[in-house]
Design a protein around this ligand. Structure first.
Ligand code: SAM
Length: 380
């Protein structure tokens, strides 16, 4: 691959702008925001770099063919033209994922079957053998985006979603996506210049993402595998060069404090923090938020309280009132950010948010709210 290639980075709704900025900082060219995606251009090193360093991307796709078609036959022929043998061998498994708008096919599944036949027929024609399909864990994942009679064929360079950083050894029933946690840290405007506290830390996601960002640890540092490792053109030397671009700090003059009311969840956070080799930086303690307080101010709080949907809360509105009381009584002099989908409950915090941003936690539309906790913050 030489010269400029076209790529797409996928993300969650609301994170497109910070992903675009992140890609530009990494050297991506001609970045354009799409729906839950950013298109960009670059060479193979850019593709590797985006996979390794992007905190706000879910996956990176490489556009390998683009065409218009008038019917099923032409669609098949266009996919058949793509020299898949340059990327995979007959012994690799493959899968197609199709997203479609318009009515060129009855279902995206039918388009996926046609495309799979086209690639397999090409192999049979050339080598008398065809690769097999593995929908769950393919070596080579193709994506096709169809918009009316326009289609683009992509190779998924990431494989498993990039939110799977590789440090999570323990899963919380209401854990936040690593990508959303990293976005919360970024959108808070925290400059790594004061302590960071998560008083409802669950499995520790926000603390780990914050520590990774402060220490400059790449998003992919703990990950063992990417989809493009399976490609025939995988350039291991280039990959090692990209990995060596990381400029990780040994230390930072701040601390990360996590607490949670549940002993079990503090255990999970400990396991994840240890896996991320961040135990020297992240201090964890079992305690209720009402018992926690900053060791020094100013400090930032970034947290993800229960919304009353996934966890059983007897009186979620009263619970949020208690959060408000703790913020006012214990965290004066701090800046607090919380994410919640429960706006009725949030009103009970009794503080006026100075900023509100819409973010998504999975399918849930949430607000990410900022509270400036001056000494003597009053109820609304
Ligand atoms: C939505 S979960 C947080 C998930 C976390 N962000 C993660 O990624 O794993 C909310 C957490 O708040 C904790 N919690 C509930 N009430 C609490 C309280 N009064 N004080 C401290 N933690 C509390 C729960 O135990 C739970 O782990």
């Amino acid at each position: 691959m030489q010269g400029k290639e076209k790529f797409v980075a996928k993300t969650y709704a609301g994170l497109e702008q910070i992903l675009k900025e992140e890609l530009e900082q990494l050297g991506a060219e001609n970045c354009r925001i799409g729906t839950r995606a950013v298109e960009f251009e670059g060479d193979m090193s850019m593709l590797y770099r985006a996979n390794y360093f992007c905190r706000f991307a879910l996956r990176i796709l490489w556009q390998v063919h683009q065409f218009t078609f008038r019917d099923n036959n032409q669609f098949y022929e266009e996919i058949y033209k793509y020299p898949a043998e340059e990327i995979m061998s007959v012994h690799n498994t493959l899968a197609f994922n199709v997203t479609m708008s318009g009515n060129m096919f009855k279902t995206p599944l039918y388009a996926a079957l046609l495309a799979k036949d086209a690639v397999c027929d090409r192999f049979r024609e050339k080598f008398d053998e065809r690769p097999s399909v593995n929908k769950d864990n393919p070596d080579i994942q193709f994506n096709i985006h169809i918009f009316n009679n326009n289609a683009a064929l992509y190779l998924d360079a990431s494989g498993e979603s990039l939110h799977k950083r590789g440090y999570r050894v323990s899963s919380h029933p209401a854990q936040i996506s690593e990508v959303v946690a990293a976005a919360m840290v970024k959108l808070s405007g925290w400059k790594h210049d004061c302590d960071l506290i998560d008083p409802m830390c669950g499995s520790g996601t926000i603390l780990i993402e914050a520590a990774m960002s402060a220490l400059n640890i790449p998003a992919g540092f703990y990950r063992e595998k990417y989809g493009f490792f399976n490609w025939k053109n995988f350039d291991r030397k280039l990959w090692e060069k990209i990995v060596n671009e990381a400029d990780i700090k040994d230390d930072v003059p701040i601390n990360f404090y996590g607490s949670d009311i549940s002993t079990r969840f503090i255990g999970m956070a400990k396991a994840n923090v240890q896996e991320a080799r961040l135990s020297d930086f992240v201090r964890l303690q079992r305690c209720a938020m009402s018992e926690s307080a900053p060791k020094r101010t100013p400090a930032y709080l970034i947290f993800n309280p229960p919304y009353g949907e996934r966890l059983d809360m007897e009186d979620i509105e009263d619970f949020y009132k208690q959060i408000g009381n703790s913020l006012k009584q214990k965290f004066a002099g701090c800046t607090a950010f919380l994410i919640s989908s429960n706006m009725e409950a949030v009103k009970r915090i009794g503080l006026h948010p100075s900023k509100k941003t819409t973010l998504y936690n999975g399918a849930l539309e949430c607000k990410f709210l900022r509270y400036d906790l001056y000494a003597g913050s009053k109820a609304k």
